[in-house]
Write a protein that binds this ligand. Structure first.
Ligand code: ADP
Length: 251
């Protein structure tokens, strides 16, 4: 687990544009090791982009992003980051590989030519067991429910001994009961020391489960604890007229 002294993720004056107009602008945000950060904001506010910047999938046009004190796009293998991408319209539906094969990928980064040994097999089995999908090891990923698929991606991150888990709306299309179980699992992993950065459109879910909230709409409108977030007008400011669309259905 993390023994870093610096932040898990640090954005400093980060700006990013796909075209002319920045979709992330002047964002400075620090995520401490062990935090559970919920990233909220209206549709198209730059949440996915910020997550991709955090894990180094894209590089900022201005400013810097570091993960455990290293540039996000140029990390050594030592600090592993697990990414659970958005499941856009069942993107993995046709995936012919099995759950166990997906989880095994977690053992490969940076050591492609290494033999797959007993340690690896143990790590893969333990990771599947940890997220409750051991019985699905031989099932094709394309045959899983949304919630099971997200667990398979988390198991891949656990097999990689990830210190940081970045998740992009992991429970879209997942029923309420499985969603609760999923967030319980995330909370447990976080309590075990894994830093979590979660993009989630449901404000109720985030304020319940996250230890801190960042509210984005191109710029950062708020970063702090959930109680303060609920009390400020950051939500209305960031969402403008659209804030009613995030009303949640949780008690
Ligand atoms: P969110 O996750 O908050 O919905 P995104 O980060 O996905 O927001 O998108 C922010 C803005 O950038 C949106 O206006 C979106 O249309 C645009 N965008 C996202 N990805 C791309 C891309 N690959 N090329 C061009 N524009 C993009």
């Amino acid at each position: 687990m993390s023994d870093a002294r610096g932040p898990a993720v640090a954005f400093e004056d980060v700006t990013f544009a796909y075209g002319e107009r920045p979709v992330v602008e002047d964002v400075s945000l620090t995520v401490d090791p062990g935090a559970f950060l919920g990233l909220v904001g209206p549709n198209g506010s730059g949440k996915t982009t910020l997550l991709k910047l955090a894990i180094g999938l894209i590089r900022p046009d201005g400013g810097s992003v570091t993960v455990f004190d290293e540039p996000a796009h140029r990390r050594r293998d030592g600090r592993r980051v697990g990414y659970v991408p958005q499941d856009v319209g069942g993107a993995s539906d046709g995936m012919p590989i099995t759950v166990a094969e997906v989880v095994r990928m977690g053992r490969y980064p940076g050591r492609l030519y290494r033999r797959f040994g007993a340690d690896d097999r143990r790590a893969v089995a333990a990771a599947m067991d940890r997220v409750g999908i051991a019985d699905l090891a031989d099932r094709r990923v394309g045959r899983l429910s949304g919630g099971q698929r997200q667990r398979a991606f988390i198991a891949r991150a656990l097999a990689a001994e990830a210190d940081l888990l970045a998740l992009d709306e992991p429970t879209v299309g997942v029923d309420a009961e499985s969603r609760e179980a999923f967030y319980e699992l995330l909370g447990e992993l976080n309590a075990e020391g894994i830093t979590v950065v979660l993009v989630e459109h449901d404000i109720g879910v985030v304020t319940t489960h996250a230890s801190e909230i960042a509210c984005l709409n191109r710029e950062l409108f708020f970063h702090g604890d959930p109680d303060s977030f609920v009390e400020t007008d950051a939500l209305a400011a960031a969402y403008g007229d659209a804030h009613h669309v995030v009303a949640h259905d949780h008690p």
